[in-house]
Design a protein around this ligand. Structure first.
Ligand SMILES: [Zn+2]
Length: 472
């Protein structure tokens, strides 16, 4: 690769990003951090996307070996992909392809534009995918990324109604995972106070809430349940606490009615959500707004379109679907010096609408928010369902405990069977749970009702489905 072209395309890319970054250091209006972007017309948004895309493809070609190989293999030149309408020419990149790249070129792979020289001169922080599906993908970010990230996330946090005067308890391990760090740097930009809650037990965090009175708690939805219950066990009522907003990420929550209501009732707080994945960070991706849960329809989440391009594709053909049709999320990340990605298959099912939101923002919305990755699909005797559908069924039954487990096993006759293990004081509730599962998932399921407190407590990410079926 010619260093000159690599440097020149990088400079053009960074110049383009700078041109469309508004209100970098503070909100431009009371209700919107970046009013001219958050409420831009659809035509303006597409024009920004096209300008960024035209600078992105030459930058990727000259600075990422992974992308250069892919362009060459597809017989495409960077100039072939200059607008949103050109994107379907580029087949989505999936996790398997990135994993193969990192396996062939450890430890960083070649799918980012961050090299050792950049890391040595303005490297900022390294992040990693959780590794829940195979080889972890590593991403090194620059100081420029830190600024872009803090800015984009501040715009989303502003939409949640978080303001200076709030204080936020972040319950996270502070490992190389994107969610908590993205929030941390955004609130520093916003002037919102932080109570760092890393490296401590649920009891210790419960005491932090009680003593230091944060108004926002940031964690996974599973942890918000765990922390609320831990407080209650110690005689501290989370609903009577100072917490007014639960900011969750890492697992679906807002789109699962039973889970959202359970958390909001437990804390007497509003649940807001970040949606995204490590591969298309540094950025929040999807986010709630003041009108997200105003009803009467399903909850919605915005996707910040001046910094990312979101599409839905058919699960089989990977072709873009029309607005209003269900498909898998694909993201082109336009907001990173180190890790811009062209059509990464994030892989959650959703339905998009560009209808104007009551909040005034014009950016596309995911109707029903997001409900889990397609690669979590459960196939039981040919009936396909997602863990989120099972969660909806279990949580639809009043009084069922927070913890539950789904076991998939092969019985003595060689038949694959599913058992739900739930907690309830009344053993006869099993029939009702089985009925909810049958109705929502169209599958027969045995239900075991256990005494409350029997199942192990979930802390961070819940792993509720256990599959012990015999292969083949
Ligand atoms: Zn809105």
């Amino acid at each position: 690769m010619s260093d000159d072209r690599a440097g020149r395309t990088r400079a053009q890319w960074l110049e383009t990003l700078a041109r469309y970054r508004r209100d970098p250091d503070g909100p431009g209006a009371a209700d919107y951090w970046s009013p001219s972007l958050d409420c831009a017309s659809r035509d303006q948004l597409v024009a920004i996307q096209n300008a960024k895309l035209a600078a992105l493809t030459p930058f990727l070609y000259e600075n990422s070996a992974f992308y250069r190989r892919r362009f060459d293999r597809l017989g495409l030149a960077p100039t072939d992909i200059r607008t949103v309408d050109d994107l379907p020419r580029w087949p989505p990149v999936d996790k398997a392809e990135m994993m193969a790249d990192v396996t062939a070129a450890p430890p960083f792979g070649t799918y980012t534009t961050h090299d050792d020289t950049l890391w040595a001169t303005r490297g900022w922080m390294m992040f990693s995918s959780s590794g829940s599906t195979g080889v972890p993908r590593i991403f090194r970010y620059s100081q420029i990324d830190r600024e872009l990230w803090a800015w984009a996330n501040a715009r989303a946090l502003h939409a949640f109604g978080i303001r200076p005067g709030d204080s936020m308890l972040i319950c996270a391990g502070y490992g190389p995972h994107v969610f908590a760090w993205g929030v941390q740097f955004a609130i520093a930009k916003m002037g919102v106070a932080c109570i760092p809650g890393g490296g401590m037990t649920g009891e210790a965090r419960a005491m932090l809430v009680d003593r230091f009175k944060p108004t926002v708690v940031t964690c996974t939805p599973s942890y918000a349940l765990h922390l609320g219950r831990t407080m209650a066990e110690r005689g501290i009522d989370p609903a009577g606490s100072s917490v007014r907003t639960l900011l969750v990420g890492g697992e679906p929550a807002a789109g699962i009615e039973g889970t959202r209501r359970r958390l909001e009732a437990l804390w007497n707080a509003r649940l807001v959500e970040f949606y995204g994945c490590t591969e298309v960070s540094p950025h929040c991706g999807g986010y709630s707004c003041p009108a997200s849960d105003r009803g009467p329809g399903p909850v919605t989440a915005h996707l910040m379109e001046d910094v990312q391009i979101w599409e839905l594709v058919d699960a089989e053909s990977k072709q873009r679907v029309a607005e209003g049709e269900r498909g898998l999320t694909v993201c082109t990340s336009l907001n990173s010096e180190s890790s811009p990605q062209l059509r990464f298959l994030v892989g959650d099912y959703s339905v998009f609408t560009t209808a104007k939101c009551e909040c005034g923002r014009t950016h596309v919305r995911a109707v029903g928010a997001f409900a889990g990755r397609a690669d979590e699909l459960i196939n039981l005797r040919g009936v396909k369902m997602y863990p989120v559908q099972l969660e909806e069924a279990v949580r639809a039954v009043p009084g069922v405990g927070d913890e539950y487990e789904i076991l998939l096993a092969t019985d003595a006759d060689g038949l694959d069977v599913m058992t739900a293990r739930v907690e309830h004081a009344d053993g006869s509730i099993g029939e009702r749970v089985a009925r909810e599962i049958r109705t929502r998932c169209e599958v027969r399921c045995d239900v075991e009702v256990l005494k409350p407190g029997t199942l192990p407590k979930t802390e961070f990410k819940a792993r509720r489905v256990r599959d012990t079926r015999r292969a083949g």
